[in-house]
Design a protein around this ligand. Structure first.
Ligand code: ADP
Ligand code: MG
Length: 351
């Protein structure tokens, strides 16, 4: 069922709109990520859900109860929502165990002790209960912050840029770990990030935000491969646009024909029209070629370790980015042939 519903939410600070007409449903047990550039309103949306801000317009329902809008306002402590902040916000003078127990003051002693031990075990820190926060590593502090938020059995968990204070290596490890812990407890979670790789890897669904609005909400594969707008296409990874003209069963482009069957949902009303195909770097293959075959020249080359990213200026004047995992095959300034070799349907936009 639906746990959380935002209905046409608006929020402005002194006349400045920060969130507008935002609607969203979150299902029981899912991990949803709000992904968008800095300043697009992600934190404000989380604060509205938590009850730390009041919406200027619209309604919020949690478990079928109106918690904001319709003349209602349920304060944060009565919403059953746990929040994990970017800076973890552990109480420095309390031990790990006391931090985890913090939200359980109303519980009876035996139940509280059992719950705290259960949570310490869940996050793998059963032997660190007596440590103070500054005796714990960044990853361990994050585990304790997560355990503290989950201890009171919240209906919902909110995480605001939870990995941004961690080193890059640890970030990837903690992504997996946080996903495991959330799934093990079954709590419904909304996470916020500006990092597309993080959003794609930990989420069941991703909501891409731009200027206070959600542009697309879908499973990771679909927001990446079938973006609904050019903004979403560009925010989720390298995006090149190849112009084409629709003719019956194919689209003609400067890289040759692309079959209509290999383009996602191209209606017949577009016959004869110009469109732009979305090309990700791994949708094309480039190889050194002689004059009769070549259709472009390499103008940029960036070595990324496992892969190399190339920018090719096509003879048509268009620019296409390609990715390869052979570092020495293609050189800067070299003439190349570029072919579309995608193994999935391409997305497109009206020109
Ligand atoms: P994000 O988390 O996506 O980076 P925020 O929700 O923090 O974005 O902020 C969105 C916009 O709202 C920013 O321009 C920010 O300056 C503004 N903003 C956020 N909170 C307040 C506030 N309390 N008062 C005034 N402006 C705010
Ligand atoms: Mg923020």
């Amino acid at each position: 069922g639906v746990v959380l519903e935002l209905d046409d939410i608006g929020k402005h600070f002194g006349g400045e709109p920060v969130v507008s007409d935002l609607s969203l449903s979150v299902h029981d047990g899912e991990i949803l990520t709000l992904l968008g550039p800095s300043g697009c309103g992600k934190t404000t949306t989380l604060r509205l859900i938590a009850g730390l801000e009041k919406p200027s317009a619209g309604q919020i329902r949690l478990d079928d109860n109106d918690v904001a809008g319709n003349g209602q306002f349920v304060p944060p402590e009565e919403r059953g929502v746990g929040v994990v902040f970017q800076e973890f916000a552990l109480f420095p003078h309390l031990t790990a165990r006391e931090n985890v127990a913090f939200g359980l003051q109303e519980w009876d002693d035996t139940e509280r002790d059992a719950r705290v031990e259960e949570l310490l075990e869940l996050v793998g820190l059963e032997t660190h209960g007596d440590h103070l926060p500054d005796e714990l590593s960044g990853g361990q502090q994050q585990r304790i912050a997560l355990a503290r938020s989950l201890a009171p059995e919240p209906e919902m968990l909110l995480l605001d840029e939870p990995f941004s204070n961690l080193d890059v290596d640890l970030r990837v490890e903690m992504r997996e770990e946080v996903r495991r812990i959330i799934k093990e407890t079954g709590v419904t979670a909304i996470s916020v990030t500006h990092d597309q790789e993080e959003a794609l890897s930990i989420s069941d669904r991703v909501a891409v935000m731009n200027e206070g609005n959600i542009e697309q909400i879908d499973v990771p594969e679909r927001v990446f491969q079938q973006p609904k707008s050019r903004f979403v296409a560009g925010f989720l990874g390298h995006a090149s646009f190849l112009s084409g003209e629709v003719h019956g069963d194919h689209v003609t482009t400067s890289l040759g024909r692309v079959l209509r069957d290999d383009v996602n949902g191209l209606a017949h009303q577009y016959d004869g029209s110009e469109i732009d195909l979305l090309i990700r770097p791994d949708d094309v293959t480039a190889y050194p070629a002689n004059d009769s075959e070549a259709n472009g020249r390499v103008v940029y080359r960036r070595y990324l370790g496992p892969t190399v990213l190339y920018r090719v200026e096509l003879d048509s004047g268009e620019t296409i980015e390609c990715m390869h995992n052979h570092s020495d095959r293609i050189k800067l300034d070299e003439r190349v042939a570029v072919r579309v070799t995608a193994d999935h349907e391409l997305a497109w936009f009206p020109a």
